[in-house]
Design a protein around this ligand. Structure first.
Ligand SMILES: [Fe+2]
Length: 474
């Protein structure tokens, strides 16, 4: 991650520079004889218009983001110096194209770690070199003649994505995949940053799979989100490169769809991730299931139509799940999704977590939903039984496992409904650069034996997984 693209105030400066570059391109195209290099590099009036639209929308989103961050900082009583990842589609796309542009343009340097986190920086590992920070008036004289520097490369990529990005079709799920009577299921969420610390979590997950007993059926689940906007190149470089390597059919790999995966239209998620051999059991669908007579794991898509399980775009996923439930009426079930049906931290607004809970109500009618694991918030939280309005039965075990790959500030409060939260006061923090602290990253593992299931949570300060920081029966 590049420091200047993941600090809001610096990102704003970059965005303003890119807006200036775009305006300069527009002015050049209005000259009687624009330089031929522009046309040669795909910079025509339509492209400029596309880019200008994208940047304008990103700028609006950045202003919203600044307000949200300011509100959170006021609530916390301290500035948030951690890495900033936008939850806004256009701003995320801009982060993606700037990142790839500067990487290809060779305009980044490794940030020296200043904290006690070992050789790698706990937060952003890179920063922009001086020439990437040069005002665009000077750059513009050369960039379209010699498209090498980050502005030109990223700018052109941005045009390509904003012109050609099309939402991938929602695909029908395959039949339920058989789960062994004894099984190990490793679960991580919001892991797709490619950060050195996320890579270390990936190695722990791999070890967890390797250490499974020979008679344990092995599964590994990602709860979604590859940053910044789920581009095919990001899915390859930040996700597939470091994801546990044990291939199907020996180990089955699954991934729910996340909001960041959809920011580019889902092409990276549906084609690159689900197209990888390890994920072949998922059959290119963002709905998936594996189970036996005792347990059913059901993967829901809350991102295709964000915060909805039932919509014209996705159909009614509760109806699909009900068909699976009918085949094993006595099985307990574990729901898997990117977005949460509940949060002690981000509220339960009717348009967000509240909508997920409403759509999921039919799945809570028979009292067999034993657990729901989700990501999205970049923290680890395990809740006391939850019963939003409209649920016949409470959810005995709800947990956010969104702390697997994004460097972000530590969670400081337990939350009114929480049973366990990975807090800085109990589990420690990782110091980053001066003035920065980061909450711990981790993941969970479920071991199943007949009708028994146990879930354990590990974090990065215990790489050998000698003792889980939380354990529960499901
Ligand atoms: Fe998310």
């Amino acid at each position: 991650m590049i420091r200047e693209l993941t600090k809001l105030e610096d990102l704003e400066k970059q965005l303003d520079l890119w807006i200036e570059v775009t305006r300069a391109a527009e002015a050049e195209l209005n000259e009687p004889q624009p330089r031929p290099a522009l046309e040669r590099n795909g910079v025509d009036k339509e492209a400029v218009q596309q880019m200008s639209n994208l940047l304008a929308k990103a700028k609006d989103e950045l202003n919203e983001a600044k307000q949200e961050v300011a509100e959170n900082e006021a609530k916390d009583g301290e500035p948030d110096k951690s890495v900033y990842i936008a939850s806004h589609p256009n701003l995320s796309m801009v982060q993606s194209i700037m990142h790839s542009g500067y990487m290809v343009g060779g305009q980044v340097e490794t940030t020296a770690a200043q904290g006690a986190s070992g050789s790698a920086s706990a937060g952003a590992e890179m920063s922009l070199s001086q020439d990437a920070l040069t005002p665009p008036q000077k750059l513009f004289g050369g960039i379209f003649d010699e498209p090498g520097p980050g502005y030109a490369v990223g700018w052109l990529a941005g045009v390509t994505y904003s012109v050609f990005q099309k939402t991938q079709p929602f695909r029908k799920p395959g039949p339920m995949v058989k789960l062994g009577n004894k099984a190990r299921i490793v679960v991580a969420g919001d892991w797709g940053t490619g950060h050195a610390r996320a890579q270390a979590i990936g190695k722990m997950m791999q070890q967890c799979l390797e250490e499974a007993a020979p008679d344990q059926d092995r599964h590994v689940v990602h709860l979604g989100d590859i940053y910044f906007s789920g581009l095919p190149s990001e899915c390859s470089s930040r996700f597939l490169s470091y994801w546990p390597s044990q291939p199907a059919p020996d180990v089955k790999h699954w991934s729910t769809n996340g909001n960041h995966d959809m920011y580019c239209g889902g092409k990276g998620y549906f084609q690159v991730v689900l197209g990888d051999q390890r994920f072949s059991a998922q059959r290119f669908s963002s709905n998936f299931s594996f189970g036996n007579d005792h347990w059913q794991f059901i993967g829901l898509d809350t991102a295709y139509d964000e915060w909805r399980l039932s919509s014209v775009k996705t159909g009614n996923q509760a109806v699909w799940a009900a068909g699976l439930i009918k085949d094993a009426p006595n099985a307990k079930r574990v729901l898997l999704s990117h977005h949460q049906p509940w949060s002690d931290y981000e509220g339960n607004k009717p348009a967000k977590a509240g909508a997920v809970a409403v759509d999921a109500a039919p799945l809570m009618a028979d009292g067999k939903t034993a657990a729901w694991l989700w990501g999205h918030e970049h923290r680890c939280a395990i809740y006391n039984p939850l019963q939003p309005a409209g649920w016949v039965h409470a959810l005995p075990f709800g947990s956010c496992i969104g702390h697997s790959g994004v460097p972000c500030k530590p969670t400081k409060e337990q939350g009114p409904n929480a049973r366990h939260v990975l807090l800085d006061s109990t589990a420690g923090v990782i110091p980053g650069n001066v003035g920065e602290t980061y909450g711990l990253m981790g993941f969970a593992v479920i071991d199943i034996d007949g009708d028994q299931a146990e879930i354990r949570y590990y974090h990065e300060l215990d790489p050998q997984m000698t003792s889980p920081h939380f354990t529960a029966s499901l």
